[in-house]
Design a protein. Structure first.
Ligand code: HEM
Length: 459
């Protein structure tokens, strides 16, 4: 392993690569592993979501406890409850003895819910309750049991879209996605393809006791030209097939790759489909401006607020520095003070994670969720954006808040002192789960308390 080369060893396999994208994921894994927060890993099939989950478990305080995996897609619908919660003898035909469910089996460890998007909607409420209270009943038994479990979920589905279609509960989505980690498809981190291919080939050679096979320049080009819809899993399969079919001769990649990959048509599209598409098919002028603002803040933070010159934001964007500067002026984006709360928290990404976490907890709270009960998913996502913009602005971020003042936003909602206490509980839990440092934690808590009289009705 070289210093540039990130590799994760685990029983289940390894994650190998040199890309920035992978380094970023590993950083997120490291940050969240010890917190105990629920993690939602999303990405296409074959990208290695289970390896990420395994790594989080291994780096957590629960590493000595069990990591239990449930493939939610493969459990028969009518056995779901028994699988998760266990059953007692005689609970149903065929239940000849007591059985411990997966949640109980994961006590003291981690429960990995693979393909969580496949859980039938009628059971999602039960799972949500278990996530919230860590209590459950075995099928056929009245006794409520407790388990100390950390949840990690993974899905290749677009869960926000699933919630809009009524196939996935919004409150469960928010509860699961406390800390989302996106694993990009292999085509979006193509720098990893060659490293991965060499790694897989040397594993194949070691396992079979045959000589190691190299890759010719043309073969590397073919590997890079292919789209890899099945991601790392497909790369593994292709190389294994080629390896087996090549016998003792040079590697016959042509025997492993699908025919389309060997023609120039192999790369169907090079545009990553990562832009969030609005429901109506277009962005309004103000949404577009918001998108541009976020993009500019993103690139400026990546370039450490350097505008011109090598590695500056203008060259990263492919713009003239003067063009960038004039956009920043129009959008009123200014570099935040390094001493500001915004900078100390870690900038836009950290604020967005914070907002997503607390907003998710609030929405999943049975008391507070009534405030959003009649709102659409898109409406709720928009509110989360407003919340991020507000938090950025008041903590000294690069742009001013474009929305309403707090009093008029919350006037007439009837937010009671009990609601406020519940909100404070979620704030505390968020600060804890994201391991916010004591000084910043105090500032945020004090700031929220200062807003109480503007938000709570009878204060
Ligand atoms: C119990 C606590 C709270 C509840 C139940 C609550 C509820 C709501 C609801 C229902 C809205 C939408 C109002 C509308 O569209 O008419 C809203 C807007 C908003 N809330 Fe809260 N809120 C709470 C606390 C807070 C706190 C502490 C903050 C800031 C730190 C905050 C920031 C915002 C922002 C920025 C908006 C959008 C305002 C705009 O339209 O520009 N909320 N809140």
């Amino acid at each position: 392993m070289t210093t540039k080369h990130a590799a994760i060893d685990s029983d289940a396999g390894e994650i190998v690569g040199v890309s920035q994208a992978l380094a970023g994921i590993l950083e997120q894994v490291r940050a969240v592993a010890t917190t105990g927060a629920t993690v939602l890993i999303f990405g296409e099939t074959g990208v290695g979501k289970e390896l990420i989950a395994r790594r989080i478990h291994d780096e957590s305080r629960r590493c000595r406890g069990p990591m239990i995996t449930v493939n939610c897609a493969s459990i028969p619908r009518d056995l779901f409850e028994s699988e998760f919660f266990g059953h007692v003898r005689g609970a149903f035909t065929g239940a000849t003895r007591d059985r411990v469910g997966r949640i109980e089996a994961a006590d003291g460890g981690t429960l990995f819910l693979d393909e969580v998007g496949e859980i039938p909607v009628e059971l999602q409420g039960k799972l949500l309750r278990t996530l919230q209270h860590l209590s459950f009943e075995r099928v056929g038994e009245d006794r409520t049991r407790q388990a100390d479990v950390r949840f990690i979920a993974a899905t290749n589905r677009n869960l926000p879209q699933e919630t809009s279609a009524g196939r996935f509960r919004l409150d469960l989505y928010y509860r699961l996605s406390v800390f989302p980690i996106e694993v990009p498809p292999l085509r979006a981190r193509s720098e990893d393809i060659t490293t991965l291919a060499h790694h897989i080939l040397s594993q194949l050679a070691a396992r079979s006791g045959r000589a190691e096979r190299g890759l010719s320049a043309a073969q590397v080009r073919h590997l890079h030209a292919y789209e890899w819809p099945g991601n790392v899993r497909e790369l593994k399969n292709v190389l294994e097939r080629a390896f087996i079919l090549s016998g003792d001769g040079p590697l016959r990649l042509d025997l492993g790759l699908p025919a389309s990959a060997l023609s120039s048509a192999g790369r169907a599209s090079t545009i990553p489909e990562r832009l969030p598409m609005p429901a109506q098919g277009f962005f309004t002028a103000s949404e577009f401006e918001q998108l541009e603002r976020q993009n500019l803040i993103g690139v400026l933070e990546a370039a450490h607020w350097k505008i011109s010159g090598q590695g500056g934001a203008a060259s990263l964007l492919g713009l003239k520095p003067s063009t960038l500067s004039s956009r920043l002026k129009v959008l009123n984006i200014q570099q935040p003070e390094p001493a500001s709360l915004y900078s100390r928290l870690g900038g836009h990404k950290a604020i967005a994670t914070f907002a997503h976490d607390i907003f998710g907890r609030v929405l999943a709270d049975p008391l507070l969720s009534r405030f959003w009960a009649h709102r659409s998913t898109i409406g709720i996502l928009r509110e989360e954006q407003l919340f991020i913009a507000y938090l950025s602005s008041v903590s000294g971020g690069p742009a001013k808040y474009p929305g309403r003042d707090m009093k008029s936003a919350h006037r007439g909602l009837g937010i009671s002192p009990a609601d406020w206490e519940a909100f404070r509980g979620h704030l505390r839990a968020t600060l804890e789960s994201l391991a916010v440092a004591p000084r910043e934690r105090q500032e945020i808590t004090d700031f929220a308390q200062g807003l109480r009289s503007e938000i709570v009705s009878d204060a």
